[in-house]
Design a protein around this ligand. Sequence first.
Ligand code: A2P
Length: 338
Amino acid sequence: MTRLTNLLRHISRHAPNMALPAATLRTGARMPLLGLGTGPGSVGTWQTSTEPIYEAVKVAIDTGYRHIDNAESYAEEQAVGRALQEKVGSVVERKDIFITSKLWNTRHHPDDVLPACQRSLTDLGLDYLDLYLMHFPVAWTRGDVYYPKDENGRAVLATPDVPFMDTWKSMEKLVDAGLVKAIGVSNFNISQMEEVLTNGRIKPAVNQVESHPYLVCSKLLKCAADNNVIITAFSPLGRPGEESLHGVSPLKDPKVVSIAEKHKKTPAQVCLRWQVQRGVVVVPKSTSPARILENSQIFDFQLSTEDMETISGLNKDARIVKFGMCDDHPQWPFNGEF
Ligand code: A2P
């Protein structure tokens, strides 16, 4: 632990000069290809305390991360905000760190968008977000219960329904007001993303989706590239440690392990490198200082074309995060193409 602490201190001293590779958004802003994910660490469960994420954000910034991915529904934004307060202005200037948050399913009503964004800003202690995403294309009933459920465990949907373009129009006003620099979507399939591209006054800068070697999303990547949308991969490691629940374990895949051995890297670093090398932003979650560091060491090696193709060939369309509690809604995205 002492060696790791010393290493982190050493990295911290050099971090301000360490420019991590970034994607350029349609707004011209630079979005670091690596960010720290802050959502629930395991399927459907949240940490009982937000202290680990507070510590993780501080460690990540000291390690050189300049991008933190958040969401109101993670119920961790106050803890992230405390960490940011300690680091922004000393270790890093606000303009040099990229902060994302997301509008939750219970906030889709056009009147709820501004207050939700303001709440995230207050909790994070910021006066603007670099990116604000619509978390999911389906509107749930309004209110402060994040997972409103009926007696059968199904999500209680908004009545009347709120089409996501109505929500998007309210999100556009956040850009006009200067509260967010860019807006985007999350968990939108190709045709839903195209609908926002076609009908939005402001086009989506980003679509954040689940992606890892068993969920490659090659059609979505092609469509995004053609339309100047950056893709961010959440759960880029396939939520290791939860395989017994979801049966997806790319870090144990023999081909990933073999490529990792060849490059003297870990399977996690190979999964992350594969994404950034194909232009996808990654937001791996970790509260472990050693793994936060490990996940950042992906810019000092290159996968060959053959390695890249081998990993892309592992696709099984194996999705972990399904929002199954509203899979009967016509806009539930996972019947469509990714
Ligand atoms: P921990 O916080 O103990 O590091 P994903 O981002 O794919 O959803 O995965 C998140 C999970 O992966 C977290 O539970 C995290 O646990 C674990 N994790 C993060 N980085 C690594 C790594 N390099 N190797 C193995 N597991 C990791």
